[in-house]
Design a protein around this ligand. Structure first.
Ligand code: GTP
Ligand code: MG
Length: 657
């Protein structure tokens, strides 16, 4: 069964276009109306117990030392004027504007109760899943670091009286000073944290000494273990990604006949019979009721050559940030397109409307070079060769413009519902008469895994955080570089806390070690659970990744209706972190062909232009120059629910050292 990665619902952006979701969300808004009363009355008021605060989202009674809810991950922030506060996630502002207007500090997309309950029942051993995100709460990380990092890179245990905090803030840049008002309330709250005995890193950045991998890291893998291939399933909404994934898992024995029968029966009862296979991936009640994937589902199967990690992404435009988080881990992608008349065309619409285009651009800029185009729903067009050829020529031209080489694109016409061309070549003469190519499974086996950087120091961007029943916390994600084994010491960034690896799971099976490329869950011990956050990074204690607040980027502007200006508010995406920021400087416009500077300090940037710009963030993110780390150096800028630019980090202008 797939593991749902709870990236959190994407409450910002213009989700108002999505009526059902909008409505549903308003229901949750009601729950938030009482929020302030709830939290300001913390211990003592409203009959709440001393030493406990009740989460207004899932009603769980949390110990007052927890700064995020143990059940749903919602973070509480102390505001000097309003007491503990939470940014209302239902606001229709974009993340950027919400931050700029608000004095609220942290935003975490909560899961709804039924999601939590569902998860509990499905994963009793890993039931308390919390996933705080760096979203609107850039000052989250800023505030935290104000306490744990000093100016000379010395990490400090937060002082109960907050004396260290002020001195740290003093030493920050003028920009940080400007943000003191933002960080101060959060600092107050964090001062109350009891950090216990877990160590906070107190070590200088070790940038000069060359990293030497240990012997165990480089040892050959046992031959019987299949190589892991991280495969993102992407494409426009309703193109059939989940149906295709579910059907594939069923055909390969990963979803049993009994389970499938259950899905069919339940889906039919709910009037959603056609979604039976999609239900194998879309586990939550919300997803099933709406017939729309909201969060990435992770499932596994073995092909002849690979242990495939299937990342079934949401296609709806409101959930592109979740798709990004999943696609960031991809070695290769399956771009599913709907062959039926009008649907393929809808996916190819410009200006962020067509997710066939947007997803293809995004996966390419994540460094994915190989793509399988699954031209699905061929049954609807009578397995027409003409329609397939039309799609191939239109989409092929676009994929080439994104930077995919013809030799790295595999075209597979198929039907997920009629099981044509999935794990064996098609038996239907309407298809087999003109299609002599490979089936989807063989196409997957023909992919190559990219080179794995095992000899570099450890980098594991955290995509999801799961609390175990033992009260420990597991960081999930793809190991980008290096290797890790049980007992390894790791540094959890951006907080800068040391932790020890208690155990490692790969596809829910524990293993002793994992290497670059592996998709794993690392259970950590000797660390406050609240310090391990999605959007953070696990790294080698002697080679901490950088934490940046202002970055220079080289970007390619996508098709956008409104030009980018200095001061434009953006959502800054990097690996699994998302932070609001603004364009603070336009350094240069670049010539598309030569890449050389064609104009310095341009006033505006329009679609399809390349440029060097600086982006100042409202918070801090783990980042590296692209030349040093590809995984931590790729970025996306989004605004009003669409991706406006893709880029790479060329320089860290201001860092939180
Ligand atoms: P999102 O995750 O929300 O973007 O949707 P999706 O791409 O996962 O699509 P999903 O699998 O939920 O399928 C959407 C609809 O397309 C369902 O009604 C499926 O039954 C239908 N569908 C999927 N594959 C095929 C196919 O091969 N043929 C036909 N006729 N319908 C299909
Ligand atoms: Mg889906």
């Amino acid at each position: 069964m797939p593991r749902k990665v709870s990236y959190g619902l994407d409450y910002d952006d213009d989700y108002g276009t999505y009526d059902d979701y909008d409505y549903e969300h308003e229901v949750k808004v009601d729950g938030y109306d009482d929020y302030e009363d709830n939290v300001t009355s913390k211990p003592g008021k409203d009959g709440s117990k001393h030493g406990i605060w009740q989460c207004p989202i899932c009603s769980y009674d949390n110990d007052e030392s927890s700064f995020c809810c143990d059940i749903c991950g919602a973070i509480y922030v102390y505001s000097s004027t309003h007491g503990k506060q939470k940014v209302n996630p239902a606001t229709k502002d974009t993340g950027a504007s919400a931050i700029s207007k608000s004095h609220a500090q942290i935003y975490v997309a909560p899961r709804t109760n039924n999601l939590v309950d569902e998860f509990k029942s499905r994963k009793p051993n890993l039931y308390e899943q919390g996933r705080p995100e760096y979203r609107r709460g850039e000052s989250n990380s800023k505030g935290k670091e104000a306490q744990v990092l000093s100016s000379d890179n010395e990490m400090l245990v937060p002082s109960v009286h907050g004396s260290k905090v002020s001195s740290d803030c003093e030493s920050e840049s003028s920009h940080s000073r400007e943000n003191m008002n933002l960080t101060a309330p959060l600092s107050s709250n964090l001062n109350q944290l009891k950090l216990g005995k877990h160590p906070i890193r107190n070590k200088k950045v070790n940038s000069e000494t060359k990293y030497q991998p240990e012997e165990w890291m480089l040892m050959e893998k046992e031959p019987e273990i299949l190589k892991q291939l991280n495969l993102a399933i992407v494409g426009h909404v309703d193109s059939g990604k989940s149906t295709l994934s579910g059907r594939l898992l069923h055909l390969l024995g990963k979803v049993s006949k009994k389970e499938m029968h259950k899905y069919e029966k339940e889906a039919k009862e709910k009037g959603k019979g056609s979604f039976a296979y999609a239900w194998a991936m879309d586990e939550s009640t919300e997803e099933r009721e709406r017939g729309v994937t909201m969060t990435v589902a992770v499932a596994y199967f073995d092909s002849k050559k690979y242990h495939v990690v299937l990342l079934d992404s949401p296609g709806h435009k409101d959930f592109v940030p979740n798709m990004i988080s999943g696609a960031a881990q991809a070695d290769a992608a399956v771009l599913v397109v709907d062959a039926s008349t009008g649907s393929f065309e809808a996916g190819m619409d410009g200006y962020g409307i067509g997710q066939t285009r947007e997803h293809a651009q995004l996966v390419r800029s994540f460094g994915v070079e190989q793509i399988i185009v699954a031209v699905n729903k061929m049954d609807v067009v009578g397995y027409s060769k003409e329609r397939f050829d039309f799609i191939k020529s239109q989409l092929g031209a676009f994929l080439r413009s994104c930077g995919f080489k013809d030799s790295s694109i595999i075209w597979v016409p198929l039907s997920a519902v009629e099981n044509q061309n999935l794990v064996t070549t098609s038996a239907d003469v309407r298809l087999s008469s003109w299609c002599q190519g490979v089936c989807l499974l063989d196409a997957i086996d023909s992919l190559q895994t990219p080179l794995r950087d095992v000899s570099k120091s450890l980098i594991l961007p955290i995509c999801d955080v799961v609390k175990t029943s033992m009260g420990q916390v597991a960081a999930c994600g793809k190991l980008e570089t290096g290797a890790i084994r049980n007992g390894s010491k790791v540094l959890v960034m951006p907080i800068g806390a040391l932790a020890a690896v208690r155990s490692i799971e790969r596809d829910s099976i524990s293993c002793n070690l994992a290497r670059a490329g592996d998709h794993i869950a690392v259970t950590l011990q000797a660390i406050e659970t609240g310090h391990v956050l999605a959007g953070g990074v696990l790294c080698h204690p002697d080679y901490p990744v950088q934490v940046a607040t202002c970055l220079e980027l080289k970007i390619l502007v996508l098709d956008i209706p409104t030009p980018i200006l200095v001061g434009s508010q953006v959502e800054f995406h990097i690996h699994h972190a998302k932070v609001a920021g603004r364009v603070s400087k336009m350094v240069a416009l670049l010539d598309q062909k030569t890449g050389k500077v064609s104009k310095t300090a341009p006033r505006i940037l329009k679609g399809k232009q390349s440029a060097i710009i600086e982006v100042r963030l409202d918070g801090a993110v783990c980042a590296e120059e692209f030349s040093k780390s590809k995984a931590l150096g790729r970025t996306f800028l989004r605004s009003s629910g669409t991706t406006i630019a893709v880029g790479i980090v060329t320089r860290i202008v201001e860092r939180k050292s």
